[in-house]
Design a protein around this ligand. Sequence first.
Ligand code: PFF
Length: 469
Amino acid sequence: MTRSTWRTRIGFILAAVGSAVGIGNIWRFPWLTAENGGAAFLTLYLVLVVGVGVPGLIGEFVIGRRSNRNPVGAFDELAGRWYRPLGAIALIACLVILSFYSVVGGWILRYTFASTTGAYFAAPQQYFAAIDYGLGAVGFHVLFLAATVAIVYLGVERGIELSTTVMVPGIVVLFGGLAVWVSTLPGAGGGYDFYLSLDVSYLRENFFSVLPAAAGQALFTLSVGAGTMLTYSSYLGEDRSLAADGTLIAVLNTAIGVLAGLVIFPLLFSLGVSPGQGGPGALFVSLAGAFAELPYSRLVGVVFFGVVLLAALSSAISILEVLVAYLVDEHDLSRGWATLGTGGIFLVTGTIAALSPSAFGLLADTLSNVVLTAGLIGFLLFDGWVLGRLAREEFGRGAGPIAQIFEAPWYYAIAVVLPVFLAFTLVTSVAGIVGIDTSTGSAMALALIGITAVVLTFRRHGIPVERSA
Ligand code: PFF
């Protein structure tokens, strides 16, 4: 069976942007920004998107395009069976993320419907509390999952490429319109201040709690670490600049994320709602409650949640596609059976998250940061220490003169600097989860020891260069 490829370059870019832009930008990002000091978080996050997210994204692309395989098969193809577990981490990350993502997708779907009648207008807090977990949440999760399965079932070109080519421009146009409209509301200025003015002392005092949260969000928002970008780039045919494509994708994702903030924060401030309440319900309770006060409230609600729904769907399909690609490539399943089978798994795991707030919180808040970080560390060390020269060669394939300047800095960043940094944030967040208070020094030391151990193991089992040349 011949493997699918993207029809056009722009089709690939829009699909990748569709994966990146999602509830991470619209729901998780404002929630974390509000919890972590507004602009202080935004600043650190932007730095990390440029310094960690983009090189990491290119690191995934290198493996995907070089191998033309799913995450597990990619490592096997490039370096042998011994490396397959690196891809298994990515599969686990996909399991973790889509399990809660589909529940949030279900909430959004419900709010899109509920906006047509204004069902949540009178008592937004109570409305959300009544629908967030339980059988209703299960029902809407199943509907959202069914839509995801349907698109992936149709395949890379007819399903993913076609749908994201419509969805992504739709998201930009609708959000752009909302941002302009929101700026005309009285009192919107307070939102811009909160969002855009930097409180350096907050950042200084809380640096080590804000850092892992911002790093995790930088990966989450770019869909890096779970193999989605690796899989999407495995459908690339011709040689184009991975660095240029990666940068463009990150710029578009960040622009849409900032645009979402320019809708959400001014809107909240104009209605006197504090964004600091935080928690996963923030978007639904405060924002949805705010809509009730506005002219054309139902229309605003339908448009807003409709856009968020498109964004969520275009990300969910990228996660499902990783598992489908794995089953199709490695186990010779037809796309149809692979899609239905993985859909069945998420039917169960998502139902658990839709019934249990603690399972949901664990998946959405802490575990997803951990699996994405661990996944990306594996990808980057593989690029840096196993592929080595070949990774640089792949980076250079199709690269223009500007991208070529970045080849060496990119390589040293992904081989050395980023793994150490990511291991540090990983140690800090795992310590946070199990309740150990680590000092910066001990977290750094553990990170260094861990990375060195992995690198030494990789060197020992490293591949002779000819094998995948
Ligand atoms: N980037 C998506 C968002 O911001 O909503 C979430 C995501 C998709 C994370 C795919 C990871 C992933 F592999």
